[in-house]
Design a protein around this ligand. Structure first.
Ligand code: CAO
Length: 556
C-alpha cells in the first residue's frame, strides 16, 4: 500500500540508530480506530512497504506498511486494540536494512518530525530558494478506475486546500457497500482546491482536486513557465491523472469494489496469493468483514474436505443455520465416513461418468445355487449370488482389458493391469469399505464365497488392513440383500468401472412363445468415459449378462 508511506514517524532511535519505534501514522484525524489485524510477530523480518497492521474505523480500512526493512524486535499492539496517531506499533531493528531504504526513511522521518504537515502547508506557498529554478503546473486529479463500480461513496476526504501531499499519500477514501478503497496522490504537490466532499458519490473520471506541482525548470523553459499564471493552468483542460494514478491503491484491488466482499487489503493480498475467491469466504468480523482467520479456516476446510470447489471455481455451499427451521444436533463424522466422503467427491468431480443398465436372467444360476445348498452347508460357506457375480465379473474384466486400466496422471498413458483384483463394497457400522479379492479370475466360486465372507467379517469388525483394500481393478457394489431396482454407483477411482447390483425380481419374460417367470437381476454399470467408450461398455455389459444368464460359459 502506498497511501500511508509519507506519514510515518520513526523518531525513537533506541540503540545506536538500529532500533526504531514505528508509530501509527496520520489516520485522517480519527481519534481511535480498531486494530483488526497484526500482520507481523516478534522475530519476523519485514521489507519496506510490507504490511504491519490493518486499522479499521467504521468508515474505512487502512493498512500500515513498514517504512523500511528490518527485524521486528517487539510488538506493542494486538488485534482488537484501539489505536490513535502516534501510538507505538512495534520496534524495528533496521541494522540489516538496505542502506538506501534506511536513509530515505530517516530523512523522511526527520522532515516529518521537524514539521507537521499543516505547518509545511503554511510555508509551502512561498518556495524560497527554488523560485527561480522551478515551475509550477496545476493538474486535476481524478477518480481512477474503480473496477467498473457504478458510483461509490466518498467516505473520507483526507486533505484540504493548502495541504502539501507526497506522492502516495491518501487523498480520499471511497466505499461501496462492500469494500473500501483509498485513492493515493499520483504526485507530490500542494492542494489548490478540493472538488468533492464527504458523502458525495463519484464515478471514474470525476475530479477530486487540483494539485499544484513544482518541477525543476530547464534554463530555456523557465522564463515562459514563470510567466504563466497558475490560474491559466487551472483553466486548461484537466490533465488525465498520470499512469501511476490510474489504478487505485494496489492494496485494495479495484476489481473487488463491486464484489460482494468486505475485507482489508492484507486479506485481499493473502487471498490473491492463495488463489482463493473471497466471494466464497464467510467473514466473521464486524459487518461480515473477512478476517485473516476466516481465510485460513476456509483454506483448511477446503484441504481437509478434499473439496475441489475453490480450485475448480465451483460455488461453495452456503453455510446454513438449520436450527432456524427446528431442533437439530451435530453428529461427528467417523474418520472412515470422512475418507469415504472425500473419495466420493474426488471421483465424482474427476470422473466423467456414464451409467448403463441391464438385467441378467439368473434363473438358472439361482437353481444351480439352490442345488448347492447342502454342499455349501457342509463346507460351512454361505453361497449368495455375490460369489457368482464376482466370478463372472472377474472373467469379464479379464476378457475386456479396457476395463482393467487406470488413467496415468501424465494424461498421456493408460496403465494396463495384467492382474484381476476385484473389490466389493461392504456396508459397516463405521461406514463403507471396499476389500479387494486378489486374482479373483483364478479363484473358484467356493473360494470367492469363502473369501468374501471372511473379508466382510473383517470389515465389519474393523480388522481390515490397508493392503486388504488396495490394488483393486474393478468394484462390485451389491445392494441385492437390501432392495431397489437400480442405482448409479460412483466409480471407485483410479479404477475405471464399477458394477451396481440390485435386488432380483421375478418378472414375466417373453421366451418367443409365451411369458415365463424369470429371475431378473438388475445391474448398473458405471464407467469412466475417458477410458471406456459407450460401445466398449455395451460389449462388456452384454458379455457379463450372458455369463450370469448361463454360468456354464464361465467354464469355457
Ligand atoms: N437379489 C436378491 N437377494 C439377494 C441378492 C440379490 N441381488 N443378493 C443377495 N441376496 C440375498 C442373499 O442370497 C442372502 O439371502 P439368503 O441367505 O437367503 O441366500 C441375503 O440377501 C443376504 O445377503 P448378504 O448381504 O448377507 O450377503 P451378500 O453376499 O449378498 O453381500 C455384502 C455381502 C458384504 C456385500 C453385503 O452384506 C453388503 O455389505 N452389502 C452392502 C454393499 C453396499 O453398501 N453397497 C453400496 C455401496 S455405494 O454406497
Amino acid at each position: 500500500m502506498t497511501c500511508t508511506g509519507g506519514f510515518f514517524r520513526t523518531d525513537e532511535k533506541v540503540t545506536d540508530v538500529t532500533i526504531e519505534a514505528i508509530k501509527i501514522p496520520d489516520i485522517g484525524g480519527a481519534d481511535s480506530v480498531e486494530v483488526i489485524e497484526v500482520c507481523v510477530a516478534v522475530g519476523d523480518t519485514v521489507a519496506a512497504e510490507d504490511s504491519l497492521i490493518v486499522l479499521e474505523s467504521d468508515k474505512a480500512s487502512m493498512e500500515v506498511p513498514a517504512p523500511k526493512a528490518g527485524k521486528v524486535v517487539s510488538v506493542s499492539i494486538a488485534e482488537g486494540d484501539t489505536a490513535s496517531e502516534g501510538d507505538v506499533i512495534l520496534e524495528l531493528d533496521v541494522a540489516g536494512a538496505d542502506d538506501n531504504d534506511t536513509e530515505a526513511a530517516s530523512e523522511q522521518a526527520a522532515e516529518d518530525t521537524a514539521e507537521e504537515p499543516s505547518q509545511q502547508a503554511a510555508a509551502a506557498p512561498e518556495p524560497a530558494a527554488t523560485d527561480e529554478t522551478t515551475e509550477t503546473t496545476v493538474e486535476t486529479i481524478k477518480v481512477p478506475d474503480i473496477g467498473g463500480a457504478d458510483s461509490v461513496d466518498v467516505i473520507e476526504v483526507s486533505v484540504a486546500s493548502g495541504d502539501e501531499v507526497e506522492e502516495g499519500d491518501s487523498l480520499i477514501v471511497l466505499e461501496s457497500d462492500k469494500a473500501s478503497m483509498e485513492v493515493p496522490s499520483p504526485k507530490s504537490g500542494r492542494i489548490v482546491s478540493v472538488a468533492i466532499k464527504e458523502g458525495d458519490k463519484v464515478v471514474q473520471g470525476d475530479a477530486i482536486l487540483e494539485l499544484e506541482i513544482r518541477q525543476a525548470a530547464t534554463a530555456s523553459a523557465a522564463p515562459e513557465a514563470a510567466a504563466k499564471p497558475a490560474a491559466a493552468e487551472k483553466a486548461a483542460p484537466a490533465a488525465e491523472p498520470p499512469a501511476k494514478a490510474a489504478p487505485a491503491s494496489p492494496a485494495v484491488e479495484p476489481a473487488t469494489i463491486g464484489d460482494a466482499v468486505y475485507a482489508g487489503p492484507a486479506v485481499r493480498r493473502m487471498a490473491r496469493e492463495l488463489g482463493v475467491s473471497l466471494n466464497a469466504v464467510k467473514g466473521s468480523g464486524p459487518r461480515g468483514r473477512i478476517q485473516k482467520e476466516d481465510l485460513q479456516q476456509y483454506v483448511k476446510n477446503a484441504l481437509s474436505s478434499g473439496s475441489a470447489s475453490a480450485g475448480a471455481g465451483l460455488p461453495a455451499m452456503p453455510d446454513i443455520d438449520f436450527s432456524q427451521f427446528g431442533e437439530i444436533s451435530l453428529q461427528a463424522m467417523s474418520k472412515l465416513h470422512k475418507v469415504t466422503a472425500q473419495n466420493m467427491q474426488r471421483s465424482w468431480l474427476n470422473v466423467p461418468h456414464v451409467t448403463q443398465f441391464d438385467e441378467a436372467d439368473i434363473t438358472e444360476l439361482e437353481t444351480f445355487r439352490a442345488s448347492l445348498k447342502a454342499e455349501a452347508e457342509q463346507r460351512g460357506v454361505r453361497l449368495t449370488p455375490l460369489a457368482f457375480i464376482l466370478k463372472a465379473v472377474a472373467h469379464a474384466v479379464a476378457a475386456h482389458p479396457k476395463f482393467n486400466v487406470s488413467l496415468h496422471n501424465d494424461g498421456e498413458h493408460l496403465v494396463q493391469k495384467h492382474y484381476v483384483h476385484i473389490g466389493f463394497a461392504v456396508d459397516t457400522p463405521a461406514g463403507l469399505v471396499v476389500p479387494v479379492i486378489r486374482d479373483a479370475d483364478k479363484k473358484s466360486v467356493w473360494q470367492l464365497a469363502e473369501e468374501t465372507a471372511e473379508l466382510a467379517e473383517k470389515a465389519k469388525s474393523r480388522k481390515l488392513k490397508p493392503a486388504d483394500m488396495q490394488g483393486g481393478c474393478f468394484t462390485v457394489s451389491s445392494l441385492g440383500n437390501i432392495g431397489g431396482t437400480g442405482f448409479t454407483p460412483i466409480v471407485n477411482a483410479p479404477e475405471v468401472a464399477i458394477l451396481g447390483v440390485s435386488r432380483l425380481q421375478v418378472k414375466p419374460v417373453w421366451d418367443g412363445e409365451q411369458f415365463a417367470p424369470r429371475k431378473m437381476l438388475p445391474l448398473s454399470l458405471s464407467y469412466d468415459h475417458r477410458a471406456i467408450n459407450g460401445a466398449d461398455g455395451g460389449k462388456f455389459f452384454t458379455y457379463l449378462s450372458g455369463l450370469l444368464s448361463d454360468i456354464r460359459r464361465l467354464a469355457l
